[in-house]
Design a protein around this ligand. Structure first.
Ligand code: DX5
Ligand code: ZN
Length: 208
């Protein structure tokens, strides 16, 4: 199981990003909130580019924004592995997906707790990852929602026909990780559990 660490809840972004970059995390998870798609607002693309231009680890970018397509050109200059979008934030989801792919980046689709996996149907052949939100997007430090767990079974049932990986985001810690192991999740995103700990590597090892 791979681990992406989010710095969303940290009070010193620069320091926290440097610590994640030096840790054994597989990815730095970059949460971008625009104050429209979600209530919270954090960074502009130029701020985020500044913060992440010196990091070495691949970036797992999660766009909690309206019209994610507007962010792609600037973000593509970074060391990006995957860009994950929310379909209900896009005017033209198919074009947005194609555009991200045309930049040579992997494309993920996030599924909110109140969305069903059926929203993926038109795009299943195109996507590299499905990010199941195990909290309502927008804030770090929330409680893991066990009611979304059946979605992992549904995804596992269709997975063999496609090439996407299954990822989970929100409320993941040393306890909630065990049900995700059972569900054969490929990648977990963890924020506060890792970034509130003294020893990032120890917390990441606990998750792995
Ligand atoms: C939630 C974000 C998550 C968040 C995870 O809106 O997408 O990536 O940072 O943080 P924790 O692990 O604290 O729930
Ligand atoms: Zn996220």
């Amino acid at each position: 199981m791979k681990v992406a660490v989010s710095y969303l809840k940290s009070d010193n972004y620069k320091k926290c990003i440097a610590k994640i970059d030096e840790s054994k995390a597989d990815f730095i998870h970059v949460d971008l909130c625009d104050g429209k798609y979600v209530e919270a607002k954090n960074f502009t693309t130029s701020e985020v580019t500044k913060l992440l231009s010196f990091t070495r680890k691949p970036l797992d970018i999660h766009l909690m924004v309206q019209e994610p397509i507007k962010y792609i050109d600037a973000l593509a200059l970074l060391n990006v592995s995957t860009i994950t979008i929310h379909l209900d934030g896009c005017k033209d989801p198919a074009h947005t997906i194609e555009y991200i792919k045309s930049m040579g980046l992997k494309i993920g689709i996030a599924i909110n707790p109140d969305e069903s996996i059926e929203i993926l149907t038109p795009y299943l052949n195109d996507i590299d990852s499905v990010l199941v939100m195990t909290v309502v997007p927008g804030k770090g430090g929330q409680t893991f929602m066990t009611e979304v767990l059946p979605k992992f079974d549904e995804l596992n049932n269709i997975k063999d026909n496609y090439h996407f990986i299954i990822a989970a985001d929100g409320g993941i810690n040393g306890e909630t990780i065990s049900c995700l192991k059972e569900k054969k999740v490929d990648l977990v995103v963890s924020g506060s559990y890792v970034t509130n700990s003294e020893d990032f590597d120890e917390s990441i090892s606990n998750l792995k």
